[in-house]
Design a binder for this molecule. Sequence first.
Ligand code: DX5
Ligand code: ZN
Length: 227
Amino acid sequence: MTLADKIAPSLLAADFTRLGEEIAAVERAGVDLLHFDVMDGHFVPNISMGVPILQAIRKVTKLPLDAHLMISEPEKYVEVFIKSGASSVSVHCEVCPDIPKIAKRIRDLGARASIGINPETPIDRVIADAEHLDMILIMSVHPGFGGQHFIPGSLQKLREVRGELKRRGLSVDVEIDGGVKADNIADVKAAGANVFVSGSGIFGEKDYRKIVAEMRDLIAHAQPTER
Ligand code: DX5
Ligand code: ZN
């Protein structure tokens, strides 16, 4: 089965004074998901946005909301995020001792289950539990801030993850998050990603329709690299 390629603007890079307009603009530009970064000042050294903002966003768009929980003790919060409108929830393996358990909880609550992996974390534990997951999120920057540079070693990580999933016959989305822009999106597609988070790479541009179309074209023409 071929997995659909999905473009997910990260709202962290939107103009928060005009959040509704920004969402309407990327929706018109034809994006597939909205990526929503939640930071707790503990798992990552920054605080971003939380439940009331997600609830407000849920009212103004039909797009699936992709909640990325960069928080300690995520098991305490998955329910409220799903009830507030998240369609997929990523929790980090670094703070999840039991991946099958939290994935089942997310799925039982009606959302797609995803596990995030930080740049310095090996993929082994997550890959071993991949049959319980709908998506694996590879961080290509150290989580906590938008607008950072893509860590080049993430490409090899993507190849390993996609290679292992293929070897085991699993059709799981692989999301790449951090520093993804038009100039590297073909490389991340070629390495095995099919869900592309981009914050500054989209909201930093003047014409969202143009940049999203350009990214889609680059993704469509990317050639797979050796695994
Ligand atoms: C980083 C966040 C990312 C970030 C991406 O901690 O998880 O989603 O907003 O933003 P860019 O694309 O600007 O790196
Ligand atoms: Zn994110």
